[in-house]
Design a protein around this ligand. Structure first.
Ligand code: NAD
Length: 420
């Protein structure tokens, strides 16, 4: 299994990052080995009746990286490229993220290999419910709490909640986060990740002594995270010059209008053809000068081939794993880009998921202002702690963030000891 995981390019990347951190922390062999490998790797075959009467079998995965600090927490992804290695890597990153944010969780991630854009709503519902049914024995509010990720929305979470609750014979909102408000979802959860990205971008601008007002940004990916990052940065007085998604990329030197852009995407399915901007090549867009570059789509988009041409001052990693280790090394060498590493930058989502879970367990409902204020407090604390750690240890932000995350987990493993 180890070899199979290491042969996956995304897991290989997460494992190499971990090894670097473990060396940096001087972890002993036992703790190092126990921190690195996932506790549970679950694979499900999911037969689904399609609209045309055929039965198609999909494959779904859930990786629970470890349960030493609490239930695992992490999203569920629907994408054609989902495989067990990618899911395991994302679970490992979730682990360090929860730990860095001091949330009482381990990391988890799930995925189903499918293209949701090719599935009808009915097919998506049957697929989601089948997955929920198969995974029910392995999850629970104190075991594994899922959330949305690429290709899934609050509607998918509602179907999972309904399937799980039906099995339990009672309403169990604390089984899932990122669900609709009507089903006791949290205020502010939908925009939490993008809001957090924008908030941290302003903190980074402050650190670099650059004005937030009028600061420029470019955003790759206009889904849940990207779209709310665009709106929140705009609300802070920043100017978003370019946005891309799977349909193409658009550019306006004077800044895009976020409300009009959202409406255009709702009506047309993508940013391409937005009348308030000009088209631009999506790869070239990343290389344009700006204060803040926000990759908010998929992994491995900043590579050794394009990193040398980046002209941003801040790289705000909204996506998970957008920068390859080779590109990372070049960024360190360049020394002119302030990196907000993914484990911190996109931690707004899991933090408000945690708030949602806490509200559900207490049967309480906080206001949006309460939620977003608590989120900003937590992100600011993590940001300041990270800067202090990096200064004390003379290390870069990614190494620092991962080291802080891994160190918490390693200490817990050490203190709990090895059973038997
Ligand atoms: P989403 O499915 O809502 O949106 C993904 C976006 O990326 C879409 O606009 C899609 O068109 C675009 N995209 C896909 N391929 C692209 C390409 N090659 N070039 C440009 N755009 C492309 O997903 P999301 O929930 O916004 O997640 C985006 C990233 O943020 C993922 O890496 C995810 O793991 C991470 N993340 C999400 C959350 C969350 O709360 N949703 C939390 C933490 C991290």
């Amino acid at each position: 299994m180890k070899e199979q995981l290491l042969n996956d390019v995304v897991f290989g990347m997460a494992a190499r990052q971990f090894d670097r951190v473990a060396d940096f922390l001087g972890l002993d062999q036992s703790v190092r080995e126990r921190c690195k490998w996932p506790k549970r790797i679950l694979t499900f075959s999911l037969p689904v009746r399609m609209d045309d009467g055929r039965t198609e079998v999909f494959f779904g995965y859930r990786v629970q990286h470890h349960l030493s600090r609490g239930p695992v927490k992490g999203g569920l992804r629907f994408h054609p490229k989902v495989n067990v290695g990618e899911v395991a890597a994302l679970a490992m990153w979730m682990n360090w993220k929860c730990s860095l944010m001091n949330l009482p969780y381990g990391g988890g991630k799930g995925g189903i290999t499918c293209d949701p854009r090719q599935l009808s709503i009915g097919e998506q519902e049957r697929l989601t419910r089948r997955f929920a049914q198969e995974i029910t024995p392995f999850i629970g509010p104190e075991v594994d709490v899922m959330a949305p990720d690429v290709g899934t929305t609050e509607q998918h979470m509602a179907w999972i909640l309904d399937t799980y609750s039906t099995h339990q014979g009672r309403f169990v909102p604390e089984i899932i986060t990122g669900k609709p408000i009507d089903l006791q979802g949290s205020e502010g959860r939908t925009q939490a990740t993008g809001h957090g990205v924008a908030f941290l971008a302003t903190r980074a601008l402050n650190k670099l002594r650059l004005p937030v007002q009028g600061a420029t940004a470019i955003v790759q990916g206009y889904g849940n995270v990207g779209s709310y990052a665009v709106e929140t940065m705009n609300a802070y007085g920043m100017k978003v010059l370019g946005v891309s998604d799977i349909s193409g990329a658009v550019w306006n030197e004077k800044g895009l209008n976020p409300d009009q852009l959202r409406q255009h995407v709702a009506e047309n399915g993508g940013v391409a053809g937005f009348p308030g901007a000009d088209p631009i090549d999506p790869d070239d867009m990343l290389l344009q000068p700006c204060d803040v570059l926000v990759p908010a789509a998929l992994e491995r988009v900043i590579t050794k081939d394009n990193v040398g041409q980046l002209q941003c001052k801040i790289l705000a990693e909204a996506a998970n794993g957008p920068t390859t280790p080779e590109a990372d090394a070049i960024i360190e060498e360049r020394g002119d880009i302030f990196v907000l590493p993914d484990v911190l930058c996109n931690a707004g989502g899991v933090t408000v998921s945690y708030f949602e879970w806490v509200q559900n367990l207490q049967r309480f409902h906080w206001t949006k202002t309460e939620v977003l204020t608590k989120l900003e407090t937590k992100l600011n604390e993590a940001f300041e702690n990270l800067l202090t750690f990096c200064e004390q240890h003379q290390c870069d932000a990614r190494l620092g963030a991962l080291a802080m995350g891994v160190d918490n987990v390693a200490r817990v493993k050490k203190t709990r000891g090895l059973f038997p």
